[in-house]
Design a protein around this ligand. Sequence first.
Ligand SMILES: Nc1ncnc2c1ncn2[C@@H]1O[C@H](COP(=O)(O)OP(=O)(O)O)[C@@H](O)[C@H]1O
Ligand SMILES: [Mg+2]
Length: 250
Amino acid sequence: MSQLLIVKDLKKRFGGISALNGVSFEINTGEFVGIIGPNGAGKTTFFNTVSGSLKPDSGKVIFRGVDITGMRPSAIVRLGLARTFQLVKPFLNLSVLENVALAALSRRRREHDGLSPEAAALEVLRIVGLEARADNLASKLTHGELKRLGVAQGLVLDLLLLLLDEPFGCLSAEEISIVSEALRERSSLGVSFVIIEHRVRELMKLVSRVIALDQGSVIKVGTPDEVVNDERVLEAFLGRSSGIARSKGN
Ligand SMILES: Nc1ncnc2c1ncn2[C@@H]1O[C@H](COP(=O)(O)OP(=O)(O)O)[C@@H](O)[C@H]1O
Ligand SMILES: [Mg+2]
């Protein structure tokens, strides 16, 4: 498998907080990778620095052999990489279809496939199960439907690598299986995914490799089984809030 994304020693501070403390790893073409970590681990900051929303203080991001460190998000989208947001904020006075069609204007290969933005939008609304809501105002969507709208806005960009920030938050079990299926379908067409998700059990069914972050550092990379059974990972998730860990002076 070829390397699609290479992240080298990425660092980002916010005042006294080291949100990313030298993060390095690679994503291969066709991979489905999960990122887990407790709140504040640096997961969203990682997505922001890779997709261009934030400039890292130091380190490098190489995508398809191109150094994209510090490039604008719009230029990075044209190369085939973008992120979705933990909080989906659509234009509430536009329809579901219009919101996705707007995203479709930034589509990679827009000039080549001959699809109108609306046609491209309808296709992804179908695969996330929102086709019947296409003409509704975005303000009428439930939390779970909003999340699915966010996934549709990511998928319509026709990317090579999509970074999804907690796509399963607020979703019912049925919605999770719809979104998982949509992602699998795109994956079979050659799209790669990195998914931040707290719903670890559902995440593990999708991904082949997991990266665990804690306090701005990678603490474990491995198969889902290896990562969820790792002592440092368990401690990072449970340690700080559990009474047992506190009584150990943690
Ligand atoms: N824009 C910002 N300004 C100041 N601090 C931030 C900002 N974004 C994130 N942080 C801090 O950086 C750390 C990592 O945050 P974040 O990447 O959002 O973590 P996660 O997504 O893993 O919960 C946290 O301590 C958070 O408070
Ligand atoms: Mg986050």
